[in-house]
Design a protein around this ligand. Structure first.
Ligand SMILES: [Zn+2]
Length: 147
């Protein structure tokens, strides 16, 4: 549901000396044709109904959160179908669609609570949520394929 960015992708000068932009520009858009084609992690008819909402910030180190077909992102992302972050969130869109809103939220929170009890670590609990493991795995392998 939420997404944290690994430190390697942090702020400051990136590879090629390019600065990663953190400035917020309000936007609310649908995926374009190229993205719908590129992000084949979910069916095209679902991808066409996704809303990508730019928001100024999220609590903690979260940079994105998906609520149903609404992907809220507190970071500038490319619109050319090459964003691993968006790919990750689209896996969550598919999960919401597949199991339904109530089931998704209950499972997500349940896994998180169990993880917190077990690991006593917010981050470990988050990383162990089944929906997150699946999104991470799928988005990572999707990204490798595109290299
Ligand atoms: Zn996630």
């Amino acid at each position: 549901m939420g997404h944290k960015v690994e430190p390697r992708q942090g702020s400051g000068p990136g590879v090629n000396g390019r600065r990663e932009s953190r400035a917020w520009r309000p936007s609310w858009r649908r995926l374009n044709a190229r993205e719908i084609d590129a992000y084949d992690l979910i069916p095209g008819d679902l991808a066409r109904r996704v809303h990508v909402v730019s928001i100024p910030f999220l609590p903690g180190s979260y940079v994105a959160i998906t609520l149903g077909r609404f992907v809220c992102i507190a970071r500038d992302i490319p619109d050319d179908g090459t964003s691993e972050l968006l790919a990750h969130e689209l896996v969550h869109v598919g999960q919401w669609q597949e199991v339904g809103k109530a089931r998704f939220v209950l499972d997500y929170v349940g896994h998180f609570a169990r993880g917190l009890r077990e690991y006593r670590s917010w981050n470990k609990a988050y990383r162990g949520i089944a929906a997150e493991v699946e999104a991470r795995t799928k988005a990572t392998s999707w990204c490798q394929r595109c290299l």
